[in-house]
Design a binder for this molecule. Structure first.
Ligand SMILES: C[S@@+](CC[C@H](N)C(=O)[O-])C[C@H]1O[C@@H](n2cnc3c(N)ncnc32)[C@H](O)[C@@H]1O
Length: 716
C-alpha cells in the first residue's frame, strides 16, 4: 500500500490529468473517489493505460447521468459526446498506438475495410486543407518520384491534422502527408486559416501508405511544420521537427560518403518502427504488449515540447485527437476515400457543416460524431467477444459507468516470446495416449493408458465431475500443505529471480508441493471429441458472470447457476512467460504492483533438476487472458481449486491450470481460489495485495486482527 503522501500525489496527478483535457475538477474528484472505493484504493487499475479506466468512467457516467452536471452541461450535451470521445481518444492515442502482438511480431492495426485499403494503395486523391499552426508529428515526403506531384517544403506551420475516413476512429499512429505546393491554394476552399491535413495510419501490411497516397494519388494540399520527414526515394534523412516553427528537429541522417557500400536507401519509417520494436523487445526487454516505437518518438517530441515550453497551453495544443469526419468528403467534392482515421491535431481548426472554422482550444467537430460511436473495450453482454461457447456478461458496475480495465480476451494460452512450449504429436509416446481406444474412454470396462497419470483411475466421473476421492486429496494438499511432500530445487527459479530483481542474496528454495495432475485424452488418442476424459479442453460450459464485488477486491466472477462439487469452471488463461519475463515485466510496466496475479507452473519443477529460464514458466492474464483473471483470492478455503492438467505435452514444464469447485457453489456466490501467496515474503517480486478475502483462515497478517491471527496458522 502506498504511503499517504504518495496517495495524495497520485490523486492530484489523476485530477490534473483529467482537468487538463477538459473535465471539471469536481466531476473528476467525484468519479475518482468512486473508483478508488470500487478498486479498494488500488491505483494500478486507475492509472493503467494513462488513466483509461478513469476516462471511461468519466465519459460513461457523464453520458448516463448528465443531470448531475447541471443545466449548463445539458445545454452543452450536444457537443459532449464528441468531446468525450476526443478526450478518450487523446488518452488512448498515447496508450494504444500501433501495437505489437507478441508471438507473431505483427503489428495489430485496426480493421480497415478492404475497399478502403485498396483505394489508399491505389492512391486515390486525398484532399487537404492547410492551416498555419501545428504542434504535431506528421509525415512528409520531401522528394517526389518522377511523374508525381511536386513536393513542397513546409512553409507555414499547421495546427491540425485530419485523417478523413468513412470508418470511425482507430487508434494508430498519426501520419500525415505534406501537401504539394502547387495544389495548396486551390484546395483551400476559401478558408485560409483552417488547415486540415489528411493522412493515413501507419499500417502493418503495406508500405508507408500516407506517403504513397500523397504521391500516387496526386496528393492535394497538406502540410505541417511538425513532420517526420521520410523519403521513399534516395533521400538519406529522417527528420522529426520538434517545434511549431520547425526550428528544432530531431534528425536522423546517413552519410553515404562514410559508408562502405554505395547501395544505401533510407528505409521507410514503418520498417524502422518494426525493426526497433523487435529490438526493444529482445534487447531492451520492453514487454509491454502495446509498445510502439512511433509512440516512443511521439513521447520524446512531446516531452521535449513540454519541458521546453513549460506551458500547459503548449501541451494541450499538441495533443492529438482522432475524429471521424464523414461529411468532409462530399463538401470537398472529392472522390477520394481516406481509408483510415480522421485525425485532428489540437489547436485551431474546427469543422462545422462542411466548413472549416477557427477556434482556439479543445476542438469539437459538430454534427460529425454519432453519439453511439464510443470506443468500448468490453462487450458488456459478452466479455469473451464470442471466444467461448457461452457468453459471459458484465452484470454490475456498468450502470455506474465502470468497466473492468482493458485487456485482450483469449480463450487459450499464448506464449509471449521466450517460453519453451513444445507441442508436437511426435513427442507423445504410446504410453502417453490411447490410440487403440474408440468413442468414450470412460465407457470402457478398463481405464486406458491416459488414466495412468491418476493412478490407473480416471479423474472424472461419467457426469464430467471430478471424482470425490481425487478432489479430496487435492484439497487436502492445498489446505494442509505441510502434511504433503514437497521438493526443493537446487537452484530455485523464483529465488534466482528475487536475486536479480531485488539484488538480494537468493534464499534456499522454499519448496514446491508435489501436485497431482489430471491427464486428458488428446489428438493422438483414438477416442472421440466427446470422450469423458476430455473436460478442460472443451472449454467453459457453465454460466458465468463478471461482477463488481461489494468489498475492496474490484471485479469478481460468479456463476449464474448452482454448481455441483467437482465441476470444471474455467482454465486460467494468459500469456506464457518465463519467470524472467514476468519479473522484468513487473519491474518495467507496472512498477511494484500488478493488475492480476500470475500463476507459476511449478508443479513439476522437482523432477527437472536445474531448470533453464525458458522452462520455468508462468501464466500472466494481465494483458491477454480469459475470465479467470477476475477470480479473486481467498486464503485456504476458496470454493475453487486450481489443478494441473496435462493435455498436449507429456512433459510438465507447460500444462493447463484448471479450476474445479471444491464444494457445491450457489448461483451468484463469488468464485474464489487460493493464489498461494506468501504474505510474509517481502522480497517476492510480485508484490502481494492487502487481503480482503474474509476467510477466517486469512494469512495476511496486516489484515488479520490480532485475535484471529493464530487461527490462520491452525491449518499448518
Ligand atoms: C486476478 S485479479 C482478480 C480480479 C480483480 N479483482 C479485478 O478487479 O480485476 C487479482 C487482483 O485482484 C485483487 N484481489 C484479489 N483477491 C483479493 C483479495 N482477497 N483481497 C484484496 N484484493 C484482492 C488484487 O488487486 C489482485 O492483484
Amino acid at each position: 500500500m502506498a504511503a499517504p503522501n504518495d496517495l495524495a500525489e497520485r490523486f492530484h496527478d489523476a485530477v490534473r490529468s483529467m482537468t487538463s483535457i477538459g473535465y471539471r475538477k469536481e466531476t473528476v474528484v467525484r468519479i475518482l473517489k468512486k473508483l478508488l472505493t470500487v478498486y479498494g484504493d488500488n491505483w494500478v487499475h486507475i492509472e493503467a493505460d494513462n488513466y483509461t479506466t478513469l476516462v471511461n468512467a468519466l465519459c460513461d457516467a457523464d453520458d448516463q447521468n448528465p443531470k448531475q452536471e447541471g443545466q449548463k452541461k445539458r445545454a452543452e450535451k450536444k457537443n459532449l459526446d464528441s468531446d468525450h470521445h476526443n478526450k478518450k481518444l487523446k488518452i488512448r492515442e498515447h496508450s494504444q498506438k500501433p501495437k505489437l502482438i507478441h508471438g507473431n511480431g505483427k503489428r495489430e492495426s485496426a480493421e480497415v475495410p478492404r475497399q478502403q485499403k485498396a483505394e489508399a494503395i491505389e492512391g486515390e486523391t486525398i484532399r487537404t486543407q492547410l492551416q498555419k499552426q501545428s504542434s504535431q508529428i506528421v509525415m512528409k515526403e520531401p522528394k517526389v518520384e518522377t511523374g508525381l506531384a511536386e513536393p513542397i517544403t513546409v512553409g507555414e506551420s499547421s495546427s491540425a491534422l485530419v485523417l478523413k475516413s468513412q470508418e470511425y476512429p482507430t487508434f494508430e499512429t498519426p501520419l500525415a502527408v505534406m501537401c504539394p505546393k502547387g495544389l495548396e491554394s486551390s484546395r483551400h476552399n476559401g478558408h485560409e486559416d483552417a488547415h486540415l491535413i489528411y493522412g493515413v495510419q501507419l499500417a502493418a501490411d503495406k508500405k508507408l501508405k500516407g506517403v504513397l497516397v500523397a504521391h500516387e494519388g496526386q496528393m492535394a494540399n497538406a502540410c505541417s511544420s511538425q513532420a517526420i520527414v521520410s523519403s521513399r526515394d534516395f533521400s538519406t534523412n529522417i527528420e522529426v521537427p520538434l517545434s511549431r516553427s520547425a526550428q528544432w528537429k530531431l534528425s536522423f541522417s546517413f552519410n553515404p560518403s562514410l559508408a562502405n557500400g554505395p547501395d544505401f536507401h533510407m528505409p521507410d519509417v514503418e520498417s524502422i518502427c518494426k525493426a526497433m520494436e523487435a529490438r526493444c523487445l529482445t534487447t531492451y526487454k520492453i514487454l509491454e504488449p502495446n509498445f510502439s516505437f512511433m509512440k516512443l518518438l511521439d513521447d520524446i517530441c512531446q516531452c521535449i515540447l513540454d519541458l521546453g515550453s513549460g506551458s500547459n497551453e503548449a501541451r494541450e495544443r499538441s495533443i492529438i485527437q482522432i475524429l471521424p469526419m464523414p461529411s468532409l468528403q462530399s463538401n470537398q467534392n472529392s472522390s477520394s476515400h481516406m481509408p483510415l482515421n480522421l485525425m485532428r491535431l489540437g489547436g485551431s481548426a474546427a469543422f462545422s457543416g462542411g466548413r472549416l472554422n477557427n477556434s482556439s482550444n479543445m476542438q469539437v467537430i459538430q454534427n460529425q460524431l454519432p453519439t453511439s460511436v464510443k470506443k468500448q473495450y468490453h462487450d458488456v453482454n459478452d466479455i469473451t467477444k464470442g471466444e467461448e461457447r457461452v457468453s459471459i456478461p458484465i452484470v454490475s458496475g456498468v450502470e455506474d459507468g465502470v468497466l473492468p480495465p482493458p485487456f485482450h480476451y483469449i480463450p487459450h494460452n499464448t506464449t509471449l516470446q521466450d517460453a519453451y512450449v513444445n507441442i508436437s504429436i511426435a513427442r507423445i509416446g504410446d504410453e502417453n495416449c490411447c490410440s487403440d481406444c474408440f468413442g468414450d474412454c470412460l465407457a470402457e470396462p478398463l481405464p486406458c493408458a491416459c488414466a495412468t497419470e491418476t493412478g490407473g483411475e480416471f479423474a472424472y466421473t461419467r457426469d464430467g465431475l471430478l471424482k470425490e476421492e481425487f478432489l479430496d486429496a487435492l484439497i487436502s494438499m492445498r489446505r494442509e500443505p505441510l502434511k504433503h511432500p514437497h521438493f526443493y530445487c537446487t537452484i530455485c527459479p523464483i529465488e534466482r529471480m528475487k536475486m536479480e530483481v531485488n539484488s538480494v542474496k537468493p534464499d534456499a528454495c522454499k519448496g514446491h508441493i508435489i501436485k497431482k495432475f489430471i491427464k486428458e485424452c488428446w489428438r493422438k488418442c483414438g477416442c472421440s471429441r466427446n470422450c469423458g476424459n476430455r473436460v478442460v479442453q472443451r472449454g467453459i460450459t457453465r454460466n458465468l458472470q463478471v461482477f463488481l464485488t461489494p468489498g475492496k477486491k474490484g471485479w469478481g466472477l460468479h456463476p449464474a447457476e448452482k454448481l455441483p462439487q467437482g465441476a470444471f469452471v474455467c482454465e486460467y488463461v494468459g500469456e506464457i512467460l518465463t519467470n524472467t519475463e514476468l519479473y522484468e515485466r513487473n519491474n518495467q510496466i507496472t512498477g511494484k504492483a500488478k493488475h492480476t496475479y500470475p500463476v507459476t507452473l511449478d508443479a513439476d519443477w522437482g523432477t527437472e533438476g536445474v531448470l533453464k529460464d525458458e522452462e520455468a514458466l508462468c501464466l500472466d492474464g494481465t494483458f491477454y487472458g480469459n475470465v479467470a483473471r477476475f477470480i479473486n483470492h481467498r486464503c485456504f478455503d476458496g470454493n475453487l481449486i486450481d489443478i494441473p492438467v496435462e493435455i498436449e505435452t507429456p512433459d510438465h514444464h507447460y500444462y493447463h491450470v484448471a479450476f474445479f469447485t471444491t464444494r457445491e457453489v450457489d448461483a451468484f456466490e463469488e468464485l474464489t481460489w487460493d493464489y498461494g501467496i506468501d504474505f510474509d515474503d517481502v522480497n517476492h517480486p510480485v508484490k502481494a495485495f492487502k487481503c480482503y478475502c474474509g476467510s477466517k483462515f486469512c494469512r495476511d497478517k496486516s489484515r488479520i486482527s490480532r485475535g484471529s491471527k493464530s487461527r490462520a496458522l491452525v491449518l499448518h
